[in-house]
Design a protein around this ligand. Structure first.
Ligand code: ASP
Length: 342
């Protein structure tokens, strides 16, 4: 008889495990053991499920790099004993955490599937059950006796995405996530269709390497018409700032005002990395296409290409944490490390 697939369920918090506190009329996290009680179907799955929970489950708005490390270390310490990992996480910052994990886990050859829900698990119309059950099924998929998927993914409302391509796009719809610059990796309908051509190739010969240093001395500044020099300067003068993502217009465009040029030049001379990411949900930066991006290109601003802001900020934290030298930084950032840009 074949051995059962071992799945580790990591519960971090979020709506999926929340209940209504009728006194305050707000949602609060509850004990993880109750999650299994709410989904008895979990026992019917053809795999063995172990679970671990954050000591204090949190709303994902409270996530930070320490929690990411916590998840990475749980995966690391169970990597040999388990075939796949499902991380239950609040949807609000799920794309950030999942993107961060994609960088922290190098040479992954097993699936790490993030999921959550818009409605609490106890709710009559909850989306939690489908999301959780299918995420576990996806984490159990095998090909030639090895995991089919070897990357960090996000499963929500019938679609599996590459995690570092996703963004939360809706606070209300069950279809809360989108991956506008990369196609879905799988779709769940009557059949579970995996689009294998979209998956990252697995290299089994390389050992998992867990990168634990993430540097949070980074910032994101979204441009808006009328943005002032004072605002820009105050952000650049943030204590210990090492990198700034500018969310530009369209294909990477910014005002051509002189002050912007001098502020950026000053920051770059100080060794602050500047990255150009578009504030559009889909499409790519193309520096130099318009006059309004030529000065950014000339200055040597880093091209965020078609990265999401979530992938760009976590990649920055990872590269700075890994002490990538200033000389190589631009080249490394502009290279796709985990399929996060093209
Ligand atoms: N505020 C919740 C969280 O992100 C929302 C959710 O779980 O969907 O933790």
């Amino acid at each position: 008889m074949k051995d059962k697939i071992n799945i580790l369920l990591i519960y971090t918090g979020g709506t999926i495990g929340m209940v209504k506190d009728y006194d305050s009329d707000s949602l609060k996290p509850f004990n993880f053991r109750k999650l299994e009680k709410h989904i008895p179907e979990l026992n019917q799955l053809d795999c063995r499920i172990d679970s671990v929970s954050f000591e204090k489950p949190i709303d994902s708005s409270n996530m930070n790099a320490n929690h990411w490390l916590n998840i990475a270390e749980l995966i690391e310490s169970h990597y040999e004993t388990h075939d796949g990992f499902v991380v239950l996480h609040g949807s609000d910052t799920m794309s950030y955490t999942a993107s961060a994990l994609s960088f922290m886990l190098e040479n992954l050859s097993k699936p790490v599937i993030f999921t959550g829900s818009q409605l609490p698990i106890g709710d009559l119309r909850t989306d939690a059950k489908e999301n959780l059950i299918t995420a576990i099924q996806i984490a159990s998929l095998r090909k030639k006796d090895a995991p089919l998927i070897g990357e960090v993914c996000l499963y929500f409302e019938y679609k599996l995405y590459r995690a570092n391509r996703t963004t939360k796009i809706n606070a209300e719809h069950f279809q809360a996530f989108a991956s506008l610059n990369y196609p879905a990796l799988a779709e769940s309908g009557v059949h579970l269709n995996v689009f294998e051509e979209n998956l990252l190739k697995i290299n089994n010969r390389k050992k998992l390497k867990v990168h634990k240093q993430m540097d949070s001395n980074v910032a994101i500044l979204k441009l808006f018409p009328g943005i002032t020099e004072a605002l820009f300067r105050s952000v650049l003068n943030t204590l210990n700032l090492k990198a700034l993502i500018i969310e530009t217009y369209g294909a990477g465009n910014a005002p051509t005002e002189k002050w912007l040029f001098s502020e950026l030049k000053y920051a770059l001379e100080k060794g602050i990395h500047i990255i150009n990411v578009t504030q559009c949900s889909g499409g790519s930066v193309n520096m130099g296409q318009y006059e309004t991006s030529q000065q950014l290109k000339k200055l040597g601003v880093i091209d965020g290409k078609n990265s999401t802001t979530e992938a760009a900020i976590t990649k920055l934290m990872y590269l700075i944490g890994n002490k990538v030298s200033s000389k190589l930084f631009k080249t490394v950032f502009e290279t796709s490390l985990r399929g996060e840009m093209n």
